[in-house]
Design a protein around this ligand. Structure first.
Ligand SMILES: Nc1ncnc2c1ncn2[C@@H]1O[C@H](COP(=O)(O)OP(=O)(O)OP(=O)(O)O)[C@@H](O)[C@H]1O
Length: 325
């Protein structure tokens, strides 16, 4: 099979719009629940960011998707087949643990070894090398590669068979800023070429730059699955009024007490831009003078920190997950 620099091959099976679906996916190690009832959907053709702090359960989840770890409970479907099914695995390219390359062989020869094992053609080796920007350095020894080049060679290895799904576990981990930038650019270009990619990371800023949607995991549990825009939309609305205490009571009744609070003489509400009309209407219809309504923008980093530091199942976590559906 050759590696294409355009969209991956379309077959009847590609009419399926979901590349990955998990339901209640759980992994326990003794008393410890590494992955806790994760529900997750990756759509065909998207670059999906799987975000979470270190130890959140990203690698364990991805290992379950490729059959390296057996779930304790729940299900995972990958490319329409049960996770780990050999027919499905043949269509998945994964970089989950650094691949074992031979230090004394060139990058190209390492890929040729992998290609032989995977039944990929010699042409696929050169195509994969150029896809990851290593064509000019393919004949250098692996041991001379920078960490960033080693990681990109790992991605080339995952691309050899022209996979329908690419799973990259923290491919920028340990890279210097230049290496991180190169890897981001590579993932972005693969996404633009139509590949379906799951990219795990603990860096919000990173996935923001390359991903269409993100799933956020903390303490083994999903706290959000959403587009970047929707995550950004989860902000606060600040309302200036002539009677803050009354306005707080009116809005608490209309929207729920947990969504509304008094901050520095103004009323602050958890909500998004679309809520502003209803807020204004509620206040005006109660005869409260409104002097200002504005949204407080949060950075995605703040959203991420807020979600991952909150106990899974709290209101804010549940709200984002709900809004994303
Ligand atoms: N084989 C194992 N045996 C016992 N505990 C494990 C095992 N693998 C993972 N864990 C634990 O499960 C939890 C989730 O680990 P995991 O590696 O999936 O997280 P992660 O989000 O990928 O983090 P990191 O970015 O640090 O790799 C951690 O507490 C980890 O210590």
């Amino acid at each position: 099979m050759t590696v294409s620099s355009t969209a991956p091959p379309q077959g009847p099976e590609r009419s399926n719009t979901e590349a990955v679906r998990t339901a209640g996916l759980t992994k326990r190690y003794g008393d410890r629940t590494a992955v806790d009832a994760v529900d997750l959907v990756v759509r065909t053709g998207e670059v999906f960011g799987f975000l979470g702090p270190n130890g959140a359960g990203k690698t364990t989840t991805l290992r379950m998707l490729v059959g390296l770890v057996r779930p304790s409970a729940g299900t995972a479907t990958v490319l329409g087949l049960p996770a780990g099914d050999p027919a499905g695995l043949r269509r998945v390219g994964a970089l989950i643990e650094g691949p074992a390359f031979y230090p004394y062989l060139s990058g190209r020869d390492n890929l040729r070894v992998l290609a032989r094992r995977a039944g990929a053609s010699a042409a696929a080796v050169d195509a994969a090398l150029s896809q990851v920007g290593l064509a000019a350095r393919g004949r250098d020894r692996y041991s001379r590669y920078s960490l960033g080049m080693k990681q990109r060679l790992g991605v080339a290895g995952a691309l050899l068979t022209g996979p329908d799904l690419l799973i990259l576990d923290e491919p920028t981990n340990g890279l210097d800023p230049q290496g991180m930038g190169d890897m981001r650019e590579l993932v972005r270009s693969l996404g633009q070429a139509g590949h379906t990619i799951v990219l795990s990371s603990h860096l919000m800023g990173e996935v923001e730059q390359v991903c269409d949607r993100v799933g956020i995991i903390a303490n083994g549990a999903m706290v959000a699955e959403s587009t970047i825009d929707d995550l950004r939309g989860q902000g606060h609305i600040v309302v200036g009024v002539d009677n803050a205490a009354r306005a707080e009571a009116v809005l608490a009744k209309a929207l729920g007490a947990s969504q509304v609070r008094l901050v520095g003489g103004a009323v602050q509400i958890d909500g998004r831009a679309g809520d502003i009309g209803a807020i204004n209407h509620a206040l005006v219809s109660h005869g409260i003078g409104v002097t200002e309504i504005r949204r407080l923008e949060r950075t995605l980093e703040e959203v991420f920190l807020e979600l991952t530091s909150s106990v899974p199942g709290t209101n804010s976590a549940a709200k984002v997950a709900h809004d994303a559906r």
